[in-house]
Every structure is written in C-alpha cells, then in structure tokens.
Design a binder for this molecule. Sequence first.
Ligand SMILES: CC(C)(COP(=O)(O)OP(=O)(O)OC[C@H]1O[C@@H](n2cnc3c(N)ncnc32)[C@H](O)[C@@H]1OP(=O)(O)O)[C@@H](O)C(=O)NCCC(=O)NCCS
Length: 188
Amino acid sequence: MYPVTLAGQAVKLREFRSDDVADAFAIDGDDRVTRWLSFDSRDRAATAAMVDGAITRAKLVPRTEYYLAVTDADADDRMIGFARLGFSGVRAAKLGYAIHADHWGHGYATDAARTLIDFGFGQLGRHRITAAIGPENAASIAVVKRLGMQYEGHLRDHVHTGGTWRDSLLYSILATEWTADSGPGETP
Ligand SMILES: CC(C)(COP(=O)(O)OP(=O)(O)OC[C@H]1O[C@@H](n2cnc3c(N)ncnc32)[C@H](O)[C@@H]1OP(=O)(O)O)[C@@H](O)C(=O)NCCC(=O)NCCS
C-alpha cells in the first residue's frame, strides 16, 4: 500500500520525502533521542541514506515496512518524529517511534503509535504487534502501557548501542485486545 497518510488526533503520519533530511537529522542526530534507540546518533549523510532507504522500501511490493514521518496535525507538514511498523513472523509487526526532543510531552508519540497500531490491525491485517523498549526508558514504557500493550518478558543483550549491549523489555498487543480508544485523555 503506497502512499499512506494516516490522521490521528494530534498528529498525522505520512510517507518520508527527500526534503525531510534536515528534520530527520534533528532527531536521528540527537543523543537525547538516540540513547533510547537501537542505533547511535547518525551524521547528516547517514540520515540522508536512512531517508532514501525508507522511501525506496516504501515502494516495494509486497510492502513489509511502514516507516512514516510524524507531523503535528495543527501545524505545517514538517516532520517532528517518526513511527515505524515492520512486518515480522506470521501476521506480526514490530513497532518503533521517536519524537524530536523539543516536542516531548505533548502526547505525540502516544497518538502516532495508536494511529499506526490501528492501521496495523485494521488495513494491514496484523495479528500481533510488539515493541522492545530499554528497561530505563520510562517515557516509552508509559506510551505502550497507555495503549494497552502487555509486558511479555526481558530480552537480554537485545541491542548494541553506545558501545555496549542493552537489554529490552518486550511489550505486545493482539488484534483481539485492541481498542483505538486508548491514548491521551483516556484512563491508562
Ligand atoms: C518515548 C518518546 C517517543 C515519547 O514521546 P512523547 O511524544 O513525549 O510521548 P507522549 O507525550 O505521547 O507520552 C509520554 C508519556 O511518558 C510519560 N513520561 C515522560 N517522561 C517520563 C519519565 N521520565 N518517567 C515516567 N514517565 C514519563 C508521560 O507522562 C507520558 O505518559 P502519560 O501520557 O501516561 O502521562 C520520546 O520520549 C522519544 O522520542 N524518546 C527517544 C526515542 C525513544 O525512546 N523511542 C522509543 C524507543 S522504544
């Protein structure tokens, strides 16, 4: 399915564009963000390659990755974050997201993740969606709990980042459990 645009309450999700590199670099090149991700901060060239790769993979048939730019629904079309659903296993998908550090705390990640999960269980027909999160990443754990994802277990040395191995906590949600009502303004 291409191109994809998804409307949340606070955010919109759209396909990456080649003019997103500067805004993507403000996220991927920021240690405040990448310390929680599975890769180290990228330079501008690596960010440009990431954007190019996302644009190329988005057009593959069959498409197995929905790596989308997050924009503020009440502002312009500039990227303030990203959200990704990557297919894995049997009708499963892995969820990831990040928001520019200057925009944290406004509910953008929760809304972006909720919108993408809803798309995953709806039009994409996924049965199971997982998120692997660093044990100390309290903000991300709050996001997945808010969305009703359940803790499944502790993955040892799951990612290598910052020159060292890092564990992850695995959270999941099944299609049969999903309600798109979860999110800001709702009871966690
Ligand atoms: C995780 C991240 C995406 C959250 O983005 P955001 O737009 O600020 O998220 P939201 O505003 O939707 O929700 C953040 C939640 O975390 C909570 N939170 C934030 N900082 C927290 C902290 N230090 N301790 C506990 N909870 C915290 C907020 O209260 C909120 O929960 P609530 O809605 O139940 O009140 C953002 O911090 C980020 O980009 N981090 C770096 C990349 C990353 O960690 N990505 C996820 C990898 S698994």
